[in-house]
Design a protein. Structure first.
Ligand SMILES: *Cc1c(COP(=O)(O)O)cnc(C)c1O
Length: 389
């Protein structure tokens, strides 16, 4: 029987071994070393931004971004409910409260509902957006670019700037996606909001094993990010600290792997694009199934493929998942909605309904960059067989 995983790293075709062994030979394996600088430079260059700060994980990057955005205890942060929980947990790390929003057909936060919420439920007091129901300040918003897709970022920035809300892009799934139309044409995911987080976890489009990066517009914010991720050390000799810092810096070993992966990012995107198109042509022809398209105003990185199992399909999503698994094909339902998870049951939500529909219908199907056409044929044939088509 075959064994086709959902999303695994592609580590064998580039300079991964060479660079990691060089880091070991040089005996620079920890939070200092040339690969960290090289990786940060190459990443900033790829994103057409001045500088990025490499760290231990995407989660750590979001935590740092919230601190840079000035989110403090008892503030509020607007977040989507349809996301991986790591986009929301850092709001709790800074002792603030998430407010959950719905998604639209892009799978990203619904901007019309966001606008309605801000217009009807908040008021500006001394330049701060205040939630009328709770009296708390809404300082920031986390925009997750779900599965590599992007919403209308120009519109989001306009809405948030009008309410003085800092935008943190969770671009952990969207490295390589960029805008192709309008005023932000050419801008990469992660370089539009005030701050952004990237991730290089094992399932992401490129990996450092585990790792992430903080992106920001202002150089002083990036310097602050470096400071916070390296234990907030003011003085390297006497070890003096003015703030509580974190052990969040990326290691040279991780960066060595990351640099080799980054060299192949465009190739991975093109492999993922080819597989996406191949899947889509075959699956959209099946009644009751659809591969969700990406937004037309962006060039996506095609990170994850979203199979929509509609009500008129012969079996439901969970049954399909189970039967595919019996055939050695790993698929996964979309994440459990965050506003329904135990730590967040008490939090405010705003008109969530589209996310509930997607929660029942979305199945993520194998999407690794090393997936072959033959694998896809097997997956599609298996789906047809299970559905008795
Ligand atoms: C992967 C991911 C993260 C967290 O990244 P890690 O590097 O695993 O900490 C955050 N948000 C979303 C949407 C993700 O998919």
């Amino acid at each position: 029987m075959r064994n086709i995983p959902l999303s695994v790293p592609n580590l064998k075709s580039g300079n991964e071994r060479k660079y990691v062994l060089e880091a070991i030979d040089a005996e620079w394996v920890s939070t200092g070393g040339q690969y960290i600088n090289d990786f940060e430079k190459a990443l900033a260059n790829y994103l057409k931004t001045d500088k990025v700060v490499a760290c231990q994980s995407g989660t750590a990057a979001i935590h740092v971004a919230l601190m840079l955005a000035g989110v403090k205890m008892e503030d509020e942060v607007i977040v989507p409910t349809l996301t991986f929980i790591a986009a929301v947990n850092p709001v709790t790390y800074v002792k603030a409260h998430p407010v959950f929003m719905d998604v639209d057909e892009t799978l990203c936060m619904d901007l019309n509902k966001l606008e309605n919420f801000l217009t009807n439920q908040t008021e500006m007091c001394d330049g701060v957006c205040v939630n009328k129901k709770t009296g708390r300040s809404i300082k920031a918003l986390v925009m997750v670019h779900v599965y590599g897709n992007m919403t209308d970022m120009a519109k989001l920035m306009e809405i948030c700037n009008r309410h003085n809300i800092k935008v943190i892009e969770d671009a952990t799934e969207a490295l390589g996606s960029y805008i192709t139309e309008g005023a932000l044409k050419g801008k990469h995911a992660g370089t539009i909001g005030h701050f952004a987080a990237l991730s290089f976890n094992g399932n992401k489009i490129i990996t450092t094993g585990g790792g992430g990066a903080v992106v920001a517009r202002k150089i002083e914010d990036l310097e602050k990010a470096t400071y916070l991720t390296t234990q907030a050390k003011n003085d390297a000799l006497y070890y003096l600290h003015d703030e509580v810092g974190y052990n969040y810096r990326m290691t040279n070993l991780q960066a060595a792997l990351g640099l080799a992966q980054l060299e192949q990012l465009d190739e991975f995107i093109s492999l993922k694009y080819n597989n996406f198109t191949y899947y889509k042509n075959k699956i959209d022809a099946i009644d009751g199934l659809e591969i969700l398209p990406f937004s037309k105003t962006i060039k996506p990185n095609y990170w994850f493929y979203t199979l929509l199992v509609k009500e008129n399909f012969s079996i439901n999503r969970d049954e399909l998942q189970k039967r595919l698994s019996e055939k050695g094909i790993q698929t996964r339902p979309v994440w459990g909605l965050i506003h329904k998870q135990k730590p967040y049951l008490q939090c405010e939500t705003y008109e969530i309904n589209k996310a509930l529909e997607y929660y029942d219908q979305i199945l993520n199907i194998p999407c690794s960059s090393n997936l072959t056409k033959d694998d896809i044929d097997y997956i599609v044939e298996s789906i047809k067989e299970i559905a008795e088509l």
